[in-house]
Structure formats: structure tokens, C-alpha cells
Design a binder for this molecule. Structure first.
Ligand SMILES: [Zn+2]
Length: 276
């Protein structure tokens, strides 16, 4: 189900600089965009310096289709030029063209990694960027630091035409979604699925099948989606994690997550199957 984006990640910038590139510039995780009514647009320049703003750092990201892409970090408190605004990425879903939204998700993660790996985590020496790999190298002790990606599983559990949905304490009233959680070091994805479902709702599952994946750059997750079949246990939500959990059929649905997330794609897959 996961679409391929047409994005080719690259590290070494083109030389000479391209005539036109998409510039994903962030100030404290907010993206610089043109806002025109209900639409947002990423600025196009030959390179980040073309924005005419003070840049702390920049990175070449690669190509989206035929278009080169850069990320840049603006200073704190940067003032957007006339007609432009700084917006949180999640607010921009549906306003930006979707491929630009997901490219911005790549960009913000590179910007954050660049900012937080200026010094070696082992010996404290200033790091150097590797010319052809997305990595920082410590010239003193040799430690390599790559952008952080944290895998998380997300699973739709089925039982006789019903799906297991849960709500956490932060959700709006009556909002439910599928079970999700981070993968522990040393764990397989399937083990993470079985453990999270057991820990969160006291239910045992089997027939764990891959569904699709989705980068979730808030701040650096990779959501790996699965379906699974109920085999035993009565729902008992972990009160630390959840405000409730229940089985739902297609005829009585709670408020569901919005369309941006793989959780909604899992739920829509289940509903399409059971509504025929
Ligand atoms: Zn070091």
C-alpha cells in the first residue's frame, strides 16, 4: 500500500549549483513556506543562500523527480519575508503538495540531526560531515553518527469481523486508533507487535503480517504497519498508556484518526474488506 515517492537521497550537492531547487528551510522545526489561501508552497531558489536569510547550516538532500532539494536551518527567531510564513509540518499536511510534505519530513530530520551532531557524542570533539554518506565523523576518535530513525510498530488486530482500537490519554473525546509502540533494541518487528498488544491491552495475537510503512518525522520515527489475528485474552487496557480499548465493527465506529497516518490506512483497509 505504500507509495514510492520518487525521491532519490543524495549527499554531494550538484556542481555547478542548479538553476532551481526546492529549499526546505526550518526555524525550530517550522518550515518556511509561501501561504496563498488554502495552499502552501515551498520556495524555489538556485540554493539556500538565494533565500536572502541568515543560514546556520545547510544540507543537500537529493532529487525529487527532476528537482534538486536542499534543507537549511535558519537562526532562532528568523523573520519570514513578506508573503511567507513559518509553519509546523503537521499543520501543512493538505496544504502542501503531498510529495513536498513528505520531502519536508526528510528535510526536518536531516536538519535536526545536523544540529544535534555538531560534536562527537563520545569524546566531544567537533565533527566533520562525510562528503558522500549522510554521516558525521569524529576526526579525533573516529565515531560515526548517522541520522536517527526510530522504528515503531503499528498493528490492526482482527477478531471475527471486528478490530481492536484503543484511545490514549491525549486523544480528543471518543477518538480511537490502532495499537502502536516503539521497537526495543534486539527485538524483531513481530516480537514488538506481540509485546505491545499484550502490554497495552492484555491480548494475544498470531498471524502477524506486514502491511506497509510510513516515515513519521515527528520527530524521527518509521512506522511499520501490520495486521494480526486475535488468539486469546480479554481486553484489559494498561491504565498508564490507555484511556480505553474495545472491539469495533464497521457498523459502530468511534471518531477515527485523520488521513495523514498509516493508522487510518489500516482502518480503511479493514473497513473496505468488511463492507465488501
Ligand atoms: Zn570523538
Amino acid at each position: 500500500m505504500t507509495a514510492l515517492s520518487g525521491f532519490v537521497p543524495l549527499v554531494a550537492p550538484p556542481s555547478p549549483a542548479p538553476d532551481a531547487a526546492l529549499i526546505f528551510a526550518f526555524s525550530q522545526d517550522r518550515l518556511l513556506v509561501y501561504l496563498e489561501g488554502k495552499a502552501a508552497r515551498v520556495p524555489v531558489q538556485d540554493q539556500p543562500a538565494g533565500l536572502g536569510l541568515t543560514l546556520l547550516r545547510q544540507q543537500y538532500l537529493g532529487t525529487l523527480g527532476q528537482t534538486h532539494c536542499y534543507s537549511a536551518e535558519l537562526e532562532q527567531g528568523a523573520q519570514p519575508p513578506a508573503g511567507m510564513a513559518l509553519k509546523g509540518l503537521r499543520q501543512l499536511f493538505g496544504l502542501l503538495p503531498e510529495e513536498h510534505f513528505w520531502a519536508a519530513g526528510r528535510a526536518v530530520q536531516v536538519v535536526n540531526w545536523d544540529r544535534t551532531h555538531q560534536y562527537c557524542g563520545q569524546c566531544g570533539a567537533p565533527t566533520l560531515s562525510r562528503p558522500t554518506t549522510r554521516a558525521k565523523e569524529c576526526p579525533s576518535c573516529g565515531l560515526l553518527s548517522f541520522p536517527r530513525v526510530s522504528p515503531a510498530i503499528i498493528v490492526l488486530v482482527e477478531r471475527e469481523g471486528q478490530m481492536l482500537l484503543a484511545r490514549n490519554h491525549r486523544f480528543p473525546p471518543n477518538r480511537y486508533s490502532v495499537i502502536a509502540g516503539f521497537v526495543e533494541p534486539g527485538e524483531t518487528l513481530e516480537e514488538a507487535v506481540a509485546r505491545e498488544v499484550r502490554e497495552e491491552v492484555n491480548v494475544e495475537v498470531a498471524e502477524i503480517r506486514y502491511f506497509g510503512s510510513q516515515p513519521w518525522p515527528f520527530p524521527h520515527s518509521l512506522m511499520v504497519g501490520f495486521t494480526a489475528q486475535y488468539v486469546g485474552g480479554e481486553i484489559r487496557p494498561d491504565p498508564e498508556e490507555l484511556a480505553g480499548a474495545a472491539w469495533f465493527g464497521p457498523d459502530h465506529l468511534p471518531d477515527l484518526p485523520d488521513g495523514i497516518s498509516i493508522s487510518r490506512k489500516l482502518i480503511d483497509w479493514f473497513l473496505a474488506k468488511h463492507r465488501g
